[in-house]
Design a protein around this ligand. Structure first.
Ligand SMILES: O=C(O)CCC(=O)C(=O)O
Ligand SMILES: [Fe+2]
Length: 376
């Protein structure tokens, strides 16, 4: 397997194979060094159950004929489901992925220098800051890069570069579909939860919705031996691991989204895993290009008094293939006070500030438990 020069150039320097950092000559990668990562090498803290074509336990929800009971069950049991018949044209999905791949293949230096809000470039972090500014610490470097795209300014924007401008217009169109899908799903969830419709509306902040276009570069060192071992499990609900002198690499390490809900579209590579709380199991989410994956975030969990689950999920690294996914995050209004029986009243602004504080001090997001009443 060889890696092309342009592929290397488009990767953030820390993601390039170590050998190419030493010389700019045409380099043939050493198979013996890099070809030892069969699936069993993938770090897992508990057994991961594979999806196969006959048995795919992730609930499937049909957008065209929404079944509220099925939806309610999916939100309670998984906090994640597959959405089919969403009405987004396949041509748009194909264009979105083709162009995302093209733009992300531009040289790293160019991406870093040329993109500013509303379309900013990030790498190394799932990027929990509102502006998409990365908080990157080597201990929790995620094997990911991409664009953080604010939706509302897109129609007024104009890029001189035709590739970027056509990317912008596709993101704008895709974003409108996401809003349509999100609105319908949220209305159905609000009915199921018997939430006050006025209240629910006030929680929602259509203006601040954003997309994140991710590329998970190929990962040549699944374990890093250049960072100190760390105990990273008290918030992740993993089983304790024996002390190891390396750190597992993740595309995105285990987390819940801070959104109300998130909608994901992924290519055919796979790597997303979801944790099922009742089974205490990780599952591979099967990639399926014509469906969307909807997952509930922390705000929905709080709004539902913990009846709905903010799904824990993570993304594996892959040595052989890059992966593209596009997430749409429906956020709570900055200043709307979220009241529930389980948590102190808080706003999304409070929540975000707390998360940023966590990232700076402990290096990961603690999230909802910090707001829980009685610290149960
Ligand atoms: O790329 C994926 O499959 C998941 C992305 C994700 O979890 C996130 O951006 O929060
Ligand atoms: Fe996520």
């Amino acid at each position: 397997m060889t890696q092309t020069d342009s592929e290397v150039e488009s990767y953030p320097p820390l993601f390039r194979p170590k050998k190419t950092l030493q010389t700019t000559d045409d380099i043939k990668l050493d198979h013996a060094t890099f070809d030892n990562s069969d699936e069993s090498n993938q770090p897992t803290n508990s057994k991961v159950l594979e999806f196969d074509s006959e048995f795919d336990p992730l609930p499937v929800i049909d957008f065209k004929s929404l079944n509220n009971t099925k939806l309610d069950e999916a939100c309670r049991e998984w906090g994640m489901f597959r959405l089919i018949n969403h009405g987004i044209p396949m041509t748009l999905l194909n264009q979105l992925h083709t162009q995302a791949r093209q733009v992300l293949s531009l040289p790293f230096e160019y991406k870093q220098a040329s993109f500013t809000p509303p379309m900013s470039y990030f790498w190394g972090t799932p990027g929990l800051t509102p502006s998409g500014v990365a908080i990157t610490r080597p201990q929790n470097l995620n094997w990911i890069e991409g664009f953080h795209v604010l939706l509302s300014p897109l129609p007024q924007l104009l890029y001189e570069d035709p590739l970027l401008d056509s990317f912008r217009s596709i993101l704008d169109e895709y974003g409108r579909h996401q809003r349509r899908v999100a609105t319908t799903m949220l209305e159905a969830m609000a009915i199921n939860l018997q939430l006050d419709p006025m209240r629910t509306k006030s929680y929602l902040s259509p203006g601040t919705g954003h997309l994140r276009v991710h590329r998970y570069p190929r990962c040549f060192d699944q374990y890093s031996d250049d960072v100190p071992p760390q105990n990273n499990d008290d918030h992740h609900h993993h089983q304790a691991q024996p002390q190891q002198h390396f750190q597992a690499r993740w595309g995105i390490d285990v987390h819940t989204d801070s959104s109300i809900l998130s909608i994901l579209h992924q290519d055919d590579v796979g790597g997303l895993q979801v944790y099922n709380t009742s089974d205490h199991q990780w599952f591979n989410v099967k990639p399926q290009f014509d469906s969307l994956i909807v997952n509930l975030g922390d705000m929905m969990q709080a709004m539902s008094d913990d009846n709905y689950i903010a799904a824990k999920h993570r993304v594996k690294v892959n040595k052989h293939k890059e992966r593209i996914s596009v997430g749409c995050f429906v956020l709570a209004h900055e200043d709307a006070v979220i009241e529930s029986s389980k948590y102190k009243p808080f706003t999304y602004a409070d929540f975000r500030a707390e998360v940023q504080q966590d990232l700076k001090t402990v290096g990961y997001k603690i999230g909802l438990p910090k707001f829980r009443l009685n610290n149960e």
